[in-house]
Ligand binder design. Structure first.
Ligand SMILES: [Zn+2]
Length: 308
């Protein structure tokens, strides 16, 4: 197998690099984006990822390439939906964000006003609503919550999508507010939009639902104080114990950095550093071992400086 890769290679063979089995692969195949010769004996006529996927499946050698295939399919599906909603192709920065969504990654969306961060968040929420998954959108003000409601309905209309967003803000009449809170309580909604104030005052009501996607619009305004951060982390599936572990990691890292910067070294200091390293290892394992269900958190900011 290795020999065959060497024969095919122009210059080098890479180890642990086949996109399907993770084994040896020639630079030539790697550049074409196709798996190694053990996975895919003959190169198919079309090197399109769909053809490659089909052949691997037929030959019974499909492994890691499946994940890549699902990512590519999800991405092209997302782009198609984006065009349905907005009537135009996504810009390159929006394409980058869509790729991250397709990988189910969480990220901070830092871009100046006018790049369409908010609209982007809405489109993703609608896309997931179509798949029967819940989203939560947090905005800093009542005005923005009202605008969100209008925009969500407008976008859904363009994509011929029937969704039921529940939007809660301080300007609702009493009866309307009660009706919407009942919907929130029973979980009969796809998209929830509230102000950050509402989240702070009604956290338990919101935290009991499972959201696939959490979008924080204008994080600089929303995240005033660690309480809001705490709730957002819990929404993303971290338990209070995980968050405590996370806080301890931050404290220990700071202490270790301080101790390492000291000129005078002593046995006592080295011992403490060793203690910190062991504790950090334990805490990291605790968080990673849980294998949480994947959820997506996007925080949008115009400045990239989330401090309020
Ligand atoms: Zn392979």
């Amino acid at each position: 197998m290795l020999r065959r890769e060497v024969e095919e290679a122009e210059l080098v063979v890479y180890g642990r690099a086949c996109p399907n089995c993770g084994g040896f692969i020639s630079d030539r195949r790697l550049a074409l984006g196709v798996p190694c010769s053990s996975c895919l004996r003959e190169l198919p006529k079309s090197l399109d990822y769909r053809s490659v996927y089909r052949v691997l499946k037929e030959e019974g050698t499909l492994k890691g390439f499946k994940e890549y295939y699902v990512f590519r399919e999800t991405y092209s599906d997302l782009v198609k939906f984006f065009v349905e909603c907005l009537g135009s192709e996504p810009w390159s920065i929006q394409k980058m964000w869509l790729r991250r969504i397709a990988k189910e990654g969480s990220f901070a969306m830092i871009a100046p006003t006018g790049v369409g961060k908010t609209t982007f968040g809405f489109v993703v929420a609608l896309y997931l609503a179509r798949k029967g998954k819940k989203s939560y959108i947090v905005v800093p003000t009542t005005t923005l919550a009202m605008q969100a409601e209008k925009k969500l309905n407008e976008l859904a209309g363009r994509a011929n999508l029937i969704v039921s967003p529940v939007v809660i803000h301080s300007k609702l009449r009493k009866r309307e507010r009660e009706a919407r809170e009942e919907q929130l309580e029973s979980g009969s909604f796809d998209i929830l939009v509230t102000t950050s104030n509402y989240l702070l005052r009604n956290a338990e009501r919101i935290l009991k639902h499972r959201f696939k996607f959490i979008f924080v619009d204008d994080v600089d305004a929303v995240l005033k104080g660690s309480k809001a951060i705490n709730y957002l982390l819990r929404l993303t599936g971290f338990s209070e114990r995980d968050i405590e572990a996370g806080m301890e990691i931050i404290r220990l890292r700071r202490e270790a950095a301080y101790l390492s910067s000291l000129q005078a070294r002593s046995e006592k200091l080295e011992k403490r550093l060793q203690e910190i390293r062991e504790r950090l290892e334990k805490l990291r394992n605790r968080i990673e071992r849980k294998g949480r269900e994947r959820r997506i958190l996007i925080i949008a900011s115009a400045t990239g400086n989330p401090r309020g």
